[in-house]
Every structure is written in structure tokens, then in C-alpha cells.
Design a binder for this molecule. Sequence first.
Ligand code: SF4
Length: 63
Amino acid sequence: MKIEIDMDLCDSHGQCVFAAPEVFSFDENDYVVYDAAPDDTQHEAVARAIAACPVRAIRMADR
Ligand code: SF4
């Protein structure tokens, strides 16, 4: 699975971090950092993060 965040859209409120903490986290400047190619075991958590993102900034490209 590959994912991508449009950082122009992201508002760093962190819903994705709560939904999928093994994939998304904050760096020391409170910007979201993420694993762009997470393991397939994270698929459901990533789907929750995508649904939770208020600005639809997360995109999943194929598994
Ligand atoms: S939920 Fe969306 S807007 Fe919020 S930090 Fe994650 S990617 Fe950015």
C-alpha cells in the first residue's frame, strides 16, 4: 500500500495520528510525518485515517 498526504491541504490537526498512530506521527515542529509505504496490516487503520481527515488530504494509491 502506498499513501500520500497533500501537505498544501493538511492542517496538522492530527486526526490521522489518532486513527493510525503506527503510520502517522508529528515531528518536532508539529508537522505530520508518515510512512508512505505502510505494511498491509495497517490498511484498516489507514482507511480510518483517510475517513477522519477533515480536509481529505490523504490519498491511498493501490496496495
Ligand atoms: S488528518 Fe488530514 S489534515 Fe489532519 S493532520 Fe492528518 S492529513 Fe493533516
